[in-house]
Design a protein around this ligand. Structure first.
Ligand code: VL7
Length: 137
């Protein structure tokens, strides 16, 4: 049995997000707005099939994938790049490699003590986020 990521999760911490956005060439005013957000993750998982929605008052982002199947990702509304993305299980972590113009781009999700953890990396920057499950949602 792999980890169950299903649910609605609210952000409780967000470390180094601004530097991660700068690594993605996000402009200064957008970074200042985005850095104030407390996004929500809404995850729908059926086996190895996922829909991950990142929702905020400023912008929303949705990605759909199956573990082990490379897909074309268009980061529309974020840095607007195309990536060839692949998500795999590495023990109980969901590891995504986003191959494209930016080196060393990807993310890792896992559940620890009931919280959803996310590490986003690009070039030499790592952003660490934690989300708490919304009961009953
Ligand atoms: C998605 C944002 C910075 C642009 C707006 C910020 C809006 C809310 O890819 C992500 O998550 C994965 C793993 O859960 C699933 O897609 C992170 C947010 C990263 C990068 C770009 C700033 C403008 C934030 C959408």
């Amino acid at each position: 049995m792999s980890t169950d990521f299903n649910g609605t999760w609210n952000m409780v911490s967000n470390d180094n997000f601004e530097a991660y956005m700068a690594a993605l060439d996000i402009d200064f005013p957008t970074r200042k707005i985005a850095n104030l957000l407390k996004p929500q993750k809404v995850i729908e998982q059926k086996g190895d099939s996922f829909i991950v929605k990142t929702l905020s008052t400023f912008r929303n982002y949705r990605v759909q994938f199956t573990v082990g199947e490379e897909f074309e990702e268009d980061t529309k509304g974020l840095d607007n790049r195309k990536c060839k993305s692949l998500v795999t299980w590495v023990s109980n972590k969901l590891v995504c490699v986003q191959k494209g113009e930016k080196e060393n781009r990807g993310w890792t999700h896992w559940v620890e003590d009931g919280d959803l953890h996310l590490e986003l990396h690009c070039s030499d920057q790592v952003c660490k986020q934690v989300y708490r499950k919304v009961p009953g949602a």
